[in-house]
Every structure is written in C-alpha cells, then in structure tokens.
Design a protein around this ligand. Structure first.
Ligand SMILES: Nc1ncnc2c1ncn2[C@@H]1O[C@H](COP(=O)(O)OP(=O)(O)O)[C@@H](O)[C@H]1O
Ligand SMILES: N[C@@H](CCC(=O)OP(=O)(O)O)C(=O)O
Length: 373
C-alpha cells in the first residue's frame, strides 16, 4: 500500500523541524542542509516538485544574539527570527545552489492565508515558482506575528501549505524515527508505529510535547498537522531527518518512519480552508433539531435553529456552531453579522426581511460554507 501511495506522489511539502536543522548545538547544521539538498535533488530528478516549510530561524538567530536556551520574551524571539531567517535562507541558497537549484523565500502569517484573495495569490506565486523549477522555502513571518495572526507552529503551517499548494504528500522531518506508542524520551520501551490508519483519540493520547529546547509542539502538533492534511485527502509521512538518505529511501518502498493515511472522506479545498485556516470570531448555539439536521442531513443553518449568538462579528466572518452543551459541531462563514443574528434568531427565514428591512439569504450559514467537525 505504501509503495502504491508514494508512486503517485508528484508534489510534496517537506517540513523540516528546528531540531533537524540545528542538531544538538545552536546554529545551523550546514552539513545536514547540504545532505537534504542532495536528497531533494534526487526527488526532483524523479520528476517530483518540492516545497519546503522550514523552521530554524529562531534557533539559528539565538546563537547569533548569544541567547542561551529558549528566547525569554516575544521581542527576543522575534529578534532572533529576524537575524536567523536570513542565515537560514543563505544556507539553503548555497547548499541547493550546488545542485543547480534556485530557492525562494516565502514568509506567511495566518492573516495572509485567511484572506481568500491573498491565499489565492500565495498559491499563484508558489505555482509560478515551481513552474520555473524554483524550490519555495516557506516559514512563518515570526518577526511580525502577534498571537491573533499566528499559525503557532510550523507543523500546522505545513498542513495549511499542503492545502494551499494542492500537494499530494506531506513529509514531516523531525529528530525521531516516527510516531511511537509513547514518547521514547520518557519511555525506553516505546514502539514505533509504521502505519496509522486513523488519528483517533487513543492515538492522540500517545503524543507528548517537544523533547528539546528548540522544537515547538512536539508530537501533538505533528499529529494535528497529519490530521489536517488527511482531511484534505493527503497522507503524511513522518521521518527522522537526522538519518542520511532517509528522504530518497522512503520512496524506494522501504517501510521507514510512520505513514498516516488520509481520511476516507476528504474536504474540498475551500471547506478545508474554512475549517483550518480561518480563525473563528464568535459562535452560535443551536438547538438539538438543528444539530441533527446539520450533522445527519448536511443542510444549511437557518435562523430558526439558533438559540443564542456570542461574540461580535461581521457578515462574512468565520464562526463556530455549537450545541446547547457547548460542543463545537461545525464551523462556517456567517451570512449575517452577530447584531443581525441577534434579531432574527429563532424566527422563520420568511420573516427575515420584515425584521431587518432587507435580506441576504435564507441561511445563517449556507451548507456550501459549512464544515462539520
Ligand atoms: N509518541 C511520540 N512519538 C515520538 N516522539 C514523541 C512522542 N511524543 C513526544 N515526542 C517528542 O516529539 C519530539 C519531536 O518534536 P519537536 O521537538 O517539536 O521537533 P521538531 O523541531 O522536529 O518540530 C521528539 O523528539 C520526541 O521527544
Ligand atoms: N518559525 C519558527 C519555527 C517554529 C516551529 O514550529 O518549530 P519546529 O517545532 O521546530 O518546527 C522558526 O523558524 O524558528
């Protein structure tokens, strides 16, 4: 199964973690980046397109600034990223250049991808670069991000880029052989799981945090990324980036690392973007009848099923849809603002115009803009 999945893969997003790029020391491991460049060149010769999501800016920069351990404050982290990002790009430029490959830097914030126009723009840029045979190197724009517009970690970013670039496979290179049934750093008897068919709660429970001073998120964020990619119909392969030759070996069919299979039913690009890239601004609470109709019949959310609205948002915002028990059941783009919903909730759609004096449509969220979770 692995061989048949990997054979079809033409466009790959490769996420490289800070630990892989910086090794045990602070500062970039140039020998390792050269090796990855050689392996990437082999993948390119096999006719595959490669997009890299690279961490390591903060880890590289903190050495330059003489910061020991993790940066103490956000401005320190941002300063480290500002200096480290240019070192990172220079390393990629030099090392990939030796194999005749040009690289391009793309720095993103969540805000960029939340705006559909900018999302499509970023995608066009990536397509154009790939068309020119250039390898895009993507990172979060750490120097400008504040909490509200942060992806948070590059595992998450790599899953969103997989959707953005319509890639066929997400590869996560980290400092460990794959996903284990418990954190191997805490439990010497932990066993590698070569294939994960579905990321269930039990699987998630086995994922611990980062084992190092430079990594962000550890295994938990990697599973979340694999889940997001899977919902878009894309498998994820987690490999130990410290092992020479691992990238090319993975494509020979040898069972290395952990392969996460995609979900059986995948979301289309737009729904994936609504569910994972947009940040919800508020929520509506719906009654049990609406909950059943949404979850079982895939219908739109009408004002009659809404019992409460929370938060302030405009028409066009992404909002959560929750049951009366508070559980989030869906997410979608609201056709009415919070103030408008306040006035029409619990009423029939035919009454909207009489109440508001105008009407955008019958739905609070149209089913085309609604994603069940
Ligand atoms: N179940 C698990 N299987 C494998 N690794 C795990 C698990 N739980 C936690 N980890 C930790 O996750 C670490 C990798 O994540 P992280 O340090 O964030 O690396 P990266 O810089 O590659 O993102 C591993 O080194 C390991 O200590
Ligand atoms: N954007 C940050 C990386 C954040 C991150 O997620 O790091 P990692 O867990 O090592 O992939 C940087 O370049 O330092």
């Amino acid at each position: 199964m692995r061989t048949s999945i990997l054979k079809k893969v033409k466009r790959i997003v490769i996420k490289i973690g800070s630990r892989v790029l910086t090794g045990d020391e602070n500062g970039l491991d140039h020998a390792l980046i050269s090796r990855l460049a050689a392996e990437t060149a082999t993948l390119r010769r096999q006719g595959r397109e490669v997009i890299i999501v690279s961490s390591g800016a903060v880890a590289a920069g903190r050495k330059e600034l003489g910061i020991e351990g993790r940066p103490k404050s956000i401005p320190q982290k941002q300063a480290a990223a500002a200096i480290g990002q240019s070192h990172l790009m220079r390393a990629y430029e030099e090392d990939f250049g030796r194999f005749g490959h040009k690289v391009a830097q793309i720095l993103l914030t969540r805000d960029d991808l939340s705006n559909r126009r900018r999302f499509l723009n970023a995608r066009a840029t990536i397509d154009t670069l790939l068309g020119f045979g250039v390898i895009p190197i993507i990172n979060e724009n750490d120097t400008v991000v504040v909490d509200e517009i942060k992806f948070g970690d590059n595992d998450n970013l790599s899953a969103l880029v997989t959707n953005l670039a319509e890639a066929h496979l997400l590869i996560i290179l980290t400092d460990i052989d794959g996903f284990f049934d418990s954190d191997p750093r805490a439990n010497a008897g932990a066993k590698l799981i070569p294939l994960v068919k579905s990321i269930t709660r039990d699987v998630e429970r086995a994922a611990g945090g980062s084992g190092s001073a430079v990594g962000t998120g550890g295994m938990a964020t990697k599973l979340a990324a694999a889940k997001k990619a899977g919902q878009f119909g894309v498998p994820t392969l987690m490999l130990n980036g410290m092992i020479p030759g691992i990238l090319t070996e993975a494509f020979t069919g040898r069972e290395v690392g952990t392969l996460f299979l995609p979900a059986r039913e995948s979301l289309n690009r737009r729904k994936h973007w609504i569910a994972h890239t947009l940040r919800p601004n508020g929520r509506v609470i719906v009654d049990d009848g609406a909950r059943t109709v949404l979850s079982r019949k895939g219908k739109s959310l009408l004002p009659s099923g809404v019992v409460r609205v929370e938060g302030e948002f405009d028409r066009g915002a992404c909002i959560r849809v929750c049951g009366t028990d508070g559980a989030e059941i869906a997410r979608g783009i609201a056709d009415y603002s919070h103030a408008e919903i306040e006035r029409i909730l619990g009423r029939r759609s035919s009454e909207i115009e009489a109440i508001l004096g105008y009407k955008y449509g019958d739905e609070i969220i149209h089913r085309d803009n609604l994603v069940l979770l």
